[in-house]
Every structure is written in structure tokens, then in C-alpha cells.
Ligand binder design. Structure first.
Ligand code: HBI
Length: 363
């Protein structure tokens, strides 16, 4: 246990905390803040105006900044330049960090943006980055790799697959992620319903069409949770299978999501991009639901083949169908045990604390 720190955690500028706009990083921020509070540290969160902290983070101080949302890197071309909108939220956030850095032992950045990475050697207070995505643009690769060259200890990644997207001088720190497991109820289901599940932002890089094809082949319903980010894509997927195959469940808060997710026989995970971690894979296993996934990105490191799920060659829908059909022998209790061991909020916070402690030592 280290002496208590005063930490500043800086959120994503692509939306307000609590809106779901930030995707997985909102869940990561909540786990990290609540986990570090639980370890006795003082936390301040800096996020977009209108953000709200979850009940588990109420002991943290919330600072906000106003400005125009930063365009998401998610759907930019690889050679896209960095854009800073007029009256931008990102500069407003980092102007506050620069002005108030003296109050903190360390600053922890969760934004996947050029400015915070570029500022790393220029701040007096040590600045750390939990990188939230794999490689999406050359200009971001460059600035992340520059930080790695100046001090690799300032970076942490969610998975080895994600980190392997970048040219790093040495193996980086991989911290996984963490979840409040009390929010996910687990129970054995000796004869689960013939229900398949899929969760994530409904957008092309998530590959929903492959999961729909599997459900259609097996004649089972597919429950789908997530923000309908790309309605045209969603409609095309729905049209690609017999009506009634997909049941859209919308973007639900964790309590409602886990109650429905737990009913599924399996979760199908079909990333078309180098998914940095795969929060939904862990959420399913926390409910005792085994996962059949493409061996791609973070999910490929979260599943113990034949025990908590099955990994199939990426984009091989026939193999996905075969695996989903014959997924007997997967133990629901083994899924829950894996999550308790590797992805609890407490275990994650300890890994974050070790990361910062190492990074605060003189180089
Ligand atoms: N884009 N510019 C930018 N900045 C972010 O912090 C960011 C993003 N796109 C997606 C995103 N963060 C989060 O959804 C991550 O969890 C992936």
C-alpha cells in the first residue's frame, strides 16, 4: 500500500460522462476512480460540462470544462490530421490541467487524443496515459510512440493485442480492465434458453452481421444491446436475416443489461477491428455466460478456450456457427471465477496503483 496520492483523472472529450457517448472509456474511468478511492487515494475527475459521476465515485471531486466535443477518432481515415474545433473542449480541458497540475501527485489521461500525449514531457506533474484503442491514425501512432520513447512507463494498455499495434521500445504494461462485480448477478442455469446475445455499439467495426448470420443458421433468437450508432448499418443487418432473428434491446444501464444478458446460452463477439479490450466479453462472463468470439484483439486474451468460451479464426462465420452450435461443456461457474480473478475493480485498481508507483520513481 502506498501513501495516499492526490490524482487527477482526465476524461474523454468526445462526450459527457454518463451519456454513453464515451463508450468503454466511461466504464474504465468509473472502475479506476472507484477502485483508487477504495485504496485511499484522493481523486479529482476532469470531464465535459454536464458530466455526472456514478454513485461509486461520489467521493471524487468533479471538475468540468465547457467546449465543442472533439471529433471521434473512431471513424476517421488513417491519414486524417488532428482537428481542433473552434471553442474546443479538448484545449479547454488541458488548459485547466496545465493551470492546476501543481495540486496533484500525478495526472492520469483517458482521452485518446493528440494534445495530452504531446504535452507529456511539458507538464511538471507526471502525466500517465491509459491508451483506450488500438492504432486508428498515423498521427496518433506517432505521438503515442514518441511518449513510449521518452518514458514507456507513462503508458499502459488494456491488452497485448492492442499494444502490439504500436512500435514500442520494450514490452509495455498491460493492465486489462476492471468491473464492479457486485453489479452482475451470477447463477447456474442447467438448461439455459436457446438465446444468443450480442452487445456493443451498433457500427460496422463491431461485426453484428456475422452474429446475426449465426443466429439465423441455428434458428435461435439474437438479443442485441447497444447504442444504434449507425442506423443504416443496423437496418442492413436486420434485413440480412429472417425477421424475428434479431431482438433489439437498446442501450441499457448495467443493472438491466446484466439481468437480460444472464439468460443467454452464449455471447457472440465479432470484432472487425483490433478491439482494445472487449468489456462486453467480461460483462457476459460476469453473468456466467460463455463467449464464442473471433480470435482478434483483446477478446482473444480474455477467453480460456474450451472453459470460458471458444475462439474461432477471425471473420470465419462457418466456424463461428459450428462453435456456437457445439458449445457444450463450457462452464458458467468457470466464467464467473475467471472474472473474479482477473477483472474485478479491486484487482484493476491495484494494477493501476503499481503502474503509477513505478512511473513516479526517478527514471
Ligand atoms: N476519439 N478523439 C477521441 N478521443 C477519445 O478519447 C475517444 C475517441 N473515440 C472513442 C473513444 N475515445 C472511446 O469510445 C474509447 O473507449 C474507445
Amino acid at each position: 500500500m502506498t501513501a495516499p496520492w492526490s490524482l487527477l483523472v482526465v476524461s474523454t472529450p468526445v462526450g459527457t460522462l454518463g451519456s454513453g457517448a464515451g463508450g468503454g472509456v466511461e466504464l474504465t474511468l468509473e472502475s479506476l476512480v472507484a477502485g483508487l478511492l477504495g485504496r485511499g487515494h484522493q481523486l479529482t475527475v476532469l470531464a465535459a460540462e454536464g458530466s455526472r459521476l456514478s454513485s461509486s465515485c461520489q467521493a471524487a471531486r468533479l471538475w468540468t470544462a465547457a467546449g465543442v466535443d472533439q471529433p471521434s477518432w473512431q471513424h476517421q481515415l488513417r491519414d486524417a490530421p488532428v482537428q481542433i474545433p473552434a471553442a474546443g473542449l479538448l484545449p479547454a480541458i488541458w488548459q485547466q490541467v496545465h493551470a492546476r497540475q501543481g495540486q496533484f501527485d500525478a495526472v492520469l489521461n483517458l482521452a485518446y487524443d493528440w494534445l495530452p500525449f504531446w504535452l507529456t514531457p511539458l507538464l511538471r506533474t507526471p502525466l500517465f496515459h491509459l491508451v483506450s484503442m488500438g492504432s486508428v491514425a498515423t498521427v496518433m501512432d506517432e505521438v503515442i510512440e514518441a511518449v513510449a520513447l521518452s518514458d514507456l512507463r507513462r503508458l499502459a494498455f488494456h491488452s497485448r493485442a492492442q499494444a502490439s499495434d504500436f512500435r514500442l521500445p520494450a514490452p509495455p504494461l498491460v493492465v486489462g480492465n476492471g468491473f464492479d462485480l457486485s453489479a452482475y448477478s451470477f447463477r447456474e442455469r442447467p438448461d439455459p434458453e436457446p438465446l444468443l446475445g450480442w452487445a456493443g455499439r451498433i457500427a460496422p467495426e463491431k461485426g453484428l452481421e456475422d452474429a446475426a448470420a449465426v443466429a439465423a443458421s441455428l434458428g435461435e433468437r439474437l438479443l442485441v444491446w447497444g447504442v444504434r450508432e449507425d442506423p443504416t448499418y443496423a437496418a442492413a443487418v436486420e434485413a440480412s436475416v429472417p425477421s424475428g432473428t434479431i431482438e433489439w434491446r437498446g442501450f441499457l444501464p448495467t443493472s438491466a443489461l446484466q439481468a437480460e444478458l444472464g439468460r443467454c446460452r452464449l455471447l457472440l463477439n465479432t470484432p472487425k477491428w483490433n478491439e482494445a479490450f472487449g468489456n462486453v466479453v467480461v460483462e457476459a462472463m460476469a453473468c456466467g455466460v460463455p463467449v464464442v468470439a473471433y480470435a482478434r484483439g483483446g477478446p482473444g486474451e480474455l477467453i480460456v478456450p474450451g472453459v470460458t468460451g471458444v475462439l474461432v479464426p477471425p471473420d470465419d462465420v462457418a466456424a463461428l456457427t459450428l462453435a456456437a452450435r457445439g458449445a457444450a461443456g463450457l462452464e458458467r461457474s468457470a466464467c464467473r471465477r475467471w472474472v473474479e480473478r482477473h477483472a474485478s475493480r479491486e484487482a484493476f485498481a491495484e494494477r493501476i496503483e503499481t503502474w503509477i508507483q513505478e512511473g513516479l520513481r526517478p527514471a
